[in-house]
Structure formats: C-alpha cells, structure tokens
Write a protein that binds this ligand. Structure first.
Ligand SMILES: Cc1ncc(COP(=O)(O)O)c(C=O)c1O
Length: 390
C-alpha cells in the first residue's frame, strides 16, 4: 500500500537524542548475529537494586499502591527528599519545594520549557548530557554551549562563562559529577557561578544525579548552599544511579515554590503522576541502610583505577582520572574519527562517540565502567589490539 509521508511539526526538527540507546540497539543486533560484545555504552549501574528497596516496592504493590498519586509526589517521599536534601546541602527545604517525576529526566524537560523560550539564552556544558541541548533547542531558546576541556580536568573556564552571560541568560545548567567525563566542579567554579547568578538574576539547574558517586575524599559542593542561591537553584537528582534503580523511573527536582507549581502543571499535562509503589521504594532507599551505595561506589573506584591505567597504557591514548560518576572520557584523537564505530565492529566493545555529547567531544570516547572488572580488562585488551592495527 502506497503511503503519503506524514508532515511533522517544525519543532520536531529541533529535538535531539541520546545516542547511548542507539549504540545499545546496534550492539544487540551484532549479538543476535552471534558476536560477543562487551557493553560499555550504557549509563546505568550493573548492580541490582538493593533487596530492601525491592521488598518495599513489592509490599506496596501487594498493599494496593497501584492507583493514581498526587502529581508532585506522595507526601512521605516529598518529605524524605526534603529532609535528605536539607541535611546534605545545609539548607532548609520544605516538602512543597519537591516535585517527584518518573526519572530525573522529565525535570530537565519541564524546567527548560517552564523557564526558556524564543529570545532567551540557556548556557549548558559542552561536553554534557545530550538532552540539555536537545530540549533547549526544542524550547526555541538559544543554546549557549560552555566548553569543558581535558586540560582543565573538564571544568569550565570562568572567563568563558562570563563571556557567555548576557541580559538574555535565563538559565545555566551544570552537572557535577558529570556525564560524560566524570569530571567535577569545585568551589572555585561554583562560587563564581553563584555570584554571577545573583548579579544577573538567572536560575541555575544543578544536575546532581551522580552526587553520591564520588571517589577518595572529594565531596561535591552544591550551588544551592551558596548565598542568594536557594531562591534561584533547581537541584535535579534521583534514584537511578545512586540506588541502581534506572528501570524503576524515579527522580525529583528541588526548587523554589512558585517554580515547583509550574513544573507540576507540566507534569499534570504529561505524565500525571509517578507510580506509588515506585515512590514507596524510594522512601525505603532514602531512609534505609546506605551500605549498598558505599559498596557500589567502592567497586566503581576499583574499576575506575583499572580502566584509567589500562587506557593510558595504550599508545596514543590519554585519559584523565575522574573524581566521580562511572565514566571515563579518553582522548583518542590520535586515531582519527568514528573510533566508537570501529571499536564496536572490529573489537566487539560498545561505547559512545564523544561528539554525541557536544562539539568539544570530537576525538574522545565515553566509556561507562558499569561492567565487571573482568569484562573491563577484556575490553582494554581488545581495544589495544584493534587500535594498534589501525
Ligand atoms: C547527567 C544525567 N542527568 C540525568 C539523567 C537522568 O536519569 P534518570 O532519568 O534515569 O533519573 C542521566 C541519565 O543518564 C544523566 O546522565
């Protein structure tokens, strides 16, 4: 049957994507042909959700928590989140400043749509999580990528930040520890950004989804703790990474009350609410034992050390030591472009090309070390062999 092509709305041409999912599809297609693939492309812990959290979810289902819930989240979870954020960021957060969503991602979408439109400018990290730029473009606002460079340990340069700020700046997005680099922002960058936010009256969205996945004695400062920032900060956080709960879809935003009302209106128009049993599992995660998180982070640190050493050992590859998240971002520019494709086809190792995270990612790879030490060692061997024969 001949079909007439559909006409899509103009805005769809401005929407980007997240390539890690495309790589996963291609890697699985190769596996279906019998190839052995090592998966280092996905941004999710390979650990199971801790047992007590699973039990809380099952119990909630058995207790009939299968109905609609309040759009901004159930009171128990909003309260547990407000307590946790108050304690860890040294500020006083009330439950009505919390909006619970199915994953942290909807907070980005709702917040950018609530704050920015044509004529506004939004500054966000390049390289950075690809959805920031995608949604900024979709909103009609002007994207203002802020470079993060290897030589600066993937932190932004303060002069470059100042040069991007104008009277049209509505929102600045930061993410620390960062996807895709594992880099962290320190007091030096955060305090200056806070000063500029107050001076120029813009909002900062601080994506803190990897906040608890940090190494050594590094502690991640949060911009909400700085003077004048409580009324202009949105914290994006969630359960996916910290509690290995990616598939549960549970995240949240913490923000000024008036903004929380607008974000909740967007949620009502889109997802209505977040499942009650998932939220009760979230309460168990926040209020229960934290040892599983500590064990997971300790294991990630062992893998980080192994993968950074292994990559730096490959001639022509350099790799910084990240202080957080579970990604490394090695420089492979010595070997040219499209290295991720080459390594998938030639070595059977799946990872994401750096350009999927912004123009600054050219010549880099994002490798997730959310896989066993044994598979990481095997992947390093295969990568070395494939690169050296290029
Ligand atoms: C930087 C960053 N923010 C937010 C998210 C969203 O996570 P989720 O929607 O699973 O909570 C991710 C997931 O990969 C991420 O890497």
């Amino acid at each position: 049957m001949a079909t007439t092509p559909l006409h899509f709305a103009e805005r769809m041409s401005r929407l980007g994507t997240e390539s890690a999912f495309d790589v996963m599809v291609r890697a699985r297609a190769l596996e279906a042909q019998g190839r052995d693939i090592i998966h280092l492309q996905l941004g999710e812990p390979d650990f199971d959700t801790p047992a007590h959290i699973i039990e809380a979810g099952i119990e909630a289902l058995r207790n009939g928590e299968t109905h609609y819930t309040p759009p901004a989240g159930i009171p128990q979870l909003r309260e547990a989140i407000a307590n946790e954020v108050s304690q860890t960021r040294g500020v006083t957060i009330e439950p009505d400043q919390v909006v619970v969503t199915p994953g942290g991602k909807p907070i980005m979408f709702y917040l950018i749509l609530a704050l920015a439109g044509p004529g506004d400018e939004v500054i966000y990290p390049d390289t950075g999580f690809p959805i920031y730029g995608s949604v900024v473009n979709f909103s009609g606002a002007t994207p203002m990528p802020l470079a993060l460079r290897e030589e600066n340990d993937f932190r932004f340069d303060l002069d470059e930040l100042r040069a991007l700020i104008s009277d049209r700046t509505r929102l600045v997005i930061i993410n620390s520890p960062a996807n895709p680099t594992g880099g962290v922002l320190t007091d030096e960058e955060i305090s200056e950004l806070a000063r500029l936010a107050v001076k120029h009256d813009f909002v900062v969205m601080s994506d803190e989804i990897y906040r608890k996945i940090v190494y050594g004695d590094f502690e991640q400062p949060s911009i909400i703790s700085y003077p004048g920032m409580q009324e202009r900060t949105v914290i994006l956080d969630g359960f996916s990474k910290t509690y290995a709960m990616t598939g549960w879809r549970l995240g949240f935003g913490v923000m000024p009350r008036d903004l929380a009302l607008q974000v909740t209106r967007l949620a009502i128009n889109c997802n209505s609410c977040t499942p009650g049993f998932t939220q009760l599992a979230g309460v168990a995660a926040l209020t229960g034992p934290q040892e599983p998180v500590e064990q997971m982070v300790a294991e990630f640190q062992r893998r980080r050390d192994a993968i950074v050493a292994g990559l730096n050992d490959i001639p022509g590859v350099t790799c910084n030591l990240p202080l957080g998240a579970f990604y490394v971002f090695p420089n492979v520019s010595h070997y040219g472009d499209n290295i991720a494709d080459y390594l998938l086809n030639e070595a059977g190792v799946a990872m994401v090309d750096g350009t999927s995270f912004g123009a600054q990612g050219k010549g880099y790879l994002r490798i997730s070390y959310a896989n066993s030490l044994e598979n990481i060692e095997k992947a390093l061997e295969r990568m070395r062999e494939a690169l050296l024969k290029m």
